[in-house]
Design a protein around this ligand. Sequence first.
Ligand code: ADP
Ligand code: MG
Length: 680
Amino acid sequence: MPSLFNKKIETLTGVGAKRAEMFNRLGVYSVGDLLTFYPRDYEDWSDITDICDVVDGETVCIRAEVAAPFQSGYTKTSKFIAKTTVYDDTGGAQLVFFNNRYISYMLKHGETYRFFGKASHTLDGVSMISPTFESDDSNKTVKPIYSLTAGLNNNFVIKCVKRALALLPDEVNDPLPDELRKRFGLCGLKEAIENIHFPESLEALAQAKKRLVAEELLVLNLGLQSLKSHKRSANKNIITTDYSAEFEGLLPFSLTNAQKNAVSDCVTDMMNPERTLNRLVQGDVGSGKTAVAASVCYTVIKNGKQCAIMAPTEILAEQHYNSLKEILESVGARVALLTGSLKQSEKNSIREQLQSGALDLVIGTHALITDKTVFNDLAFVVTDEQHRFGVAQRAKLLSKGNSPHLLVMSATPIPRTLGLIIFGDLDISIIDELPPGRQEIDTLIIDSSKRDRALGFIKSEVERGRQAFIVCPLVEEGNGDLLSAEEYAAELMLNYFSDIPIGILHGKMKAADKEAVMLQFSKNEIKILVATTVIEVGIDVPNATIMMIENAERFGLSQLHQLRGRVGRGSEKSYCILVSDSTTEMAYERLKTMRATRDGFKIADADLKLRGPGDFFGSKQHGLPPLRVSSLADTKSLELSQKIAEYVIKDSDDLRDDRYRGLKSEITRLFKNAGEETLN
Ligand code: ADP
Ligand code: MG
């Protein structure tokens, strides 16, 4: 469809500049975009309910004869109203229409139609208000429902899609070769596009979906694979002795079984001459991933090699440094912190020591991947909170050693099959157990009318010795309605917490200032920390028991989950208070998910459905194609696409075969903005 993708939407008959703008708002710019603007739902007009079986409040399709002429009149508010009665073999129903003077011409007395809409039981029996209807012989029985925007109604979109479909040539180039489609039972592209919009039956719709989902996930799969640069190689950094038991002896607690398994997975890989450790450790917030990384670092260091841990923020790097330094230095390991905000002379000195091998472990931020950082013998790389990094950044750090081992840590729980797609060549260890003694977290959703009470509650908790986080969203340029962190904190200090030490943390502060504030908070000198989402990743203060989040609807669920994970880390009961004045149904549904579960996998699923997969790939990798028909929560389809991808790679010699030219150009088209590396 390449030519249709270049054809502007206003070239369709009936679409002028104004309508085009409305389509643009829906992300539809070209005729091709419209063809892939799939319905969000369907009405099944073939599933006929007998009138006697109609349940109050249900949306139904009935097939009935107009049994009486229309009676019309006006309501108290002067709306035109018309009523009639229809019958099928099982009973009668009253139909009511408003503001439609032509209805008696459209629905003829004595003829049979299908009526679709919400039915209710009233004193007069079954009734439907303004149902949509079709003549009974209409052969299209499944009707598409499109996402709409003000000014565009469903029927108009239907008309436009029909016009766009008419522009399709008889033979469309199918990115999936015939033979491949046969093998996996997938229908042709043209048939699929026609049926996803105007299915002849539910079965035809299912076939169309299957085909389009398979293609979409296949393209995602292959596109991501080509973005990956770290390919598995033989083990060039063989570890000979496992020191994890010794490390555990240094800890003030014993590791959970899940942590032990993750450590052992890693060390086993590193001792295997055939493989390089290449593993994702996935564990919910607070599951203790740092200790896993530390243990593996310890083993690597004891085997005489260098390690690097990269964290997405300075605060997090510093925290890792502070918690690991003590343990590791007590047994003679040499550990340093390398972040952008160090003095140039300090950075130079650390870099010299890394190059000479005087340091065993460096913990840092992006400062680690600049060209100036050179290692003596980098054998092991850890990236924490992987979702914050792009593939390219990970690759850059890896390039500083001779095929070093890689451990990727993520607190974003991802369904396994999705992990396979996103991380492809990574093995996965899951930490599905929290350290013992963690408290439940009560999650409350309030609107700002209850903020005073919430702040009063925070005050009383602080008086009992606890600490609290209050998150206000980042000020965005031109978002005048949001207070900046500083103004917001000032207001709290003046009006609510005049005698309580409050700290502020936001992205624009100097790293040293941030660190000072964090340190004060973790020492309990600051009782309430007002912050932007810089606290999202990793901060660990067990005495903090309240997390209050303003404008909660502005955050992704996974982000809220991460924020909530900052509390409930100690032995005291904890609370998460989500403040939102948003009145949309969707916002409320999302927040309710937070209240309903603390299971990161469930939250991830919900996020995936509501926001698409972008968040799972990390902000650095936005520009990935949007998913139009597939849900990444659909495990079965993911598995199928995985199979197809494996087959295609083999069958096409890595997409070099000419039969796959169409597929390859589709991948290139959809991935042109993704990642920092391009397809070859
Ligand atoms: P995350 O997986 O979110 O990165 P952390 O590594 O920050 O979690 O660990 C959270 C807290 O749990 C830290 O204070 C850490 O010391 C503590 N912790 C980790 N493992 C255990 C364990 N097995 N038993 C008790 N506490 C633990
Ligand atoms: Mg962590």
